[in-house]
Design a protein around this ligand. Structure first.
Ligand SMILES: C[S@@+](CC[C@H](N)C(=O)[O-])C[C@H]1O[C@@H](n2cnc3c(N)ncnc32)[C@H](O)[C@@H]1O
Length: 279
């Protein structure tokens, strides 16, 4: 992975409207196939130390943000929840006791090593209602109107085609169900922005110490900078067809939670199962 020192201007549109266009991998422009492969390499490299680094880089605040996602989701006992780009399972672990044994959480991710860490952890915690499915966000292997809610926690900026993923999420949500997206965003105060960027320069060297490789963390810094800002991401929700869309800034916009719903008009939806989830 080669990292440029030049930061291109932020693109506020989606990464790719078709699979023929180049997309951003950090500050680089690469083919969609190349991005998917390299994002896979990044998370394969960090999987075993992902949780430790997460606590260090966020100073523990990601735990609080994730609890806010849970609260905004409206999840309750018996619900089916999609934890997309679920990785090592933080969100699934929060949703599992809420949906209970009559509900189901489907942790879906592209990356086997990340899911392996999550599976071990969730099994140790006894969360048998969490199922695992290896699949890309852009082609979800679930029937229409399967889920009562869906979340993506710190995943969407890595997606190869965010627009396509949002369309897929809309398809698999039941009418009236909500999508909650937690992601790094743009600090609204320039002083905070400068201070946060200075803090981020520590991530690659700390990553080198802990994981033995700074490049995945260089990608992390660049991917945050290239990610659409709050308003642009809300517009992407709107364009995909979500209704009642909104966002809430966290820590002055360093991160944000976006929420949108599938319109409720066709409310008599079928209770479809998740056919391809591993059981
Ligand atoms: C930063 S981790 C977030 C993990 C977890 N949700 C959390 O909040 O800690 C991003 C995850 O997104 C996954 N991912 C990246 N691109 C993906 C895609 N196109 N489809 C599904 N998962 C993807 C990665 O494999 C990785 O596990």
């Amino acid at each position: 992975m080669s990292a440029s020192n030049e930061e291109p201007s932020q693109r506020n549109e989606s990464d790719a409207s078709t699979h023929h266009e180049e997309v951003s991998f950090g500050f680089e422009r690469v083919s969609p196939r190349e991005k998917t492969r390299r994002v896979g390499d990044v998370f394969q490299a960090v999987a075993e130390r992902y949780d430790v680094m997460n606590d260090l880089m966020s100073l523990g605040t990601h735990r609080l943000f994730k609890r806010m996602v849970l609260q905004m989701s409206g999840a309750r006992e018996g619900h089916r929840v999609l934890d997309l780009a679920g990785g090592t399972g933080d969100m699934s672990a929060l949703f599992a006791p809420v949906v209970g044994t009559s509900g189901r959480v489907v942790l879906t991710d592209l990356n086997q090593p990340m899911m392996r860490v999550g599976r071990n952890r969730l099994q140790d915690q006894g969360h048998a209602q969490v199922k695992f499915c290896q699949a890309p966000a852009e082609a979800l292997p679930f029937a229409d109107k399967t889920f009562d809610c869906a979340c993506i926690s710190f995943g969407i900026r890595n997606f190869t085609d965010k627009d396509r993923a949002l369309e897929e999420l809309l398809r698999v949500l039941k009418p009236g169900a909500a999508l909650i997206v937690l992601e790094f965003s743009s600090a609204t105060d320039p002083v905070l922005q400068t201070a946060y960027r200075a803090f981020q320069t520590l991530w690659p060297p700390v990553g080198k110490l802990l994981v033995g490789d700074s490049q995945p963390y260089q990608y992390l810094v660049e991917s945050i900078r290239m990610h659409p800002n709050q308003r642009a991401l809300k517009q992407m929700f709107d364009d995909a067809g979500f209704v009642n869309t909104s966002f809430h800034n966290l820590v002055g916009g360093i991160a944000a939670i976006h929420r949108g719903e599938r319109a409720a008009e066709d409310a008599h939806s079928a209770n479809n199962d998740a056919p391809n989830a591993e059981r």
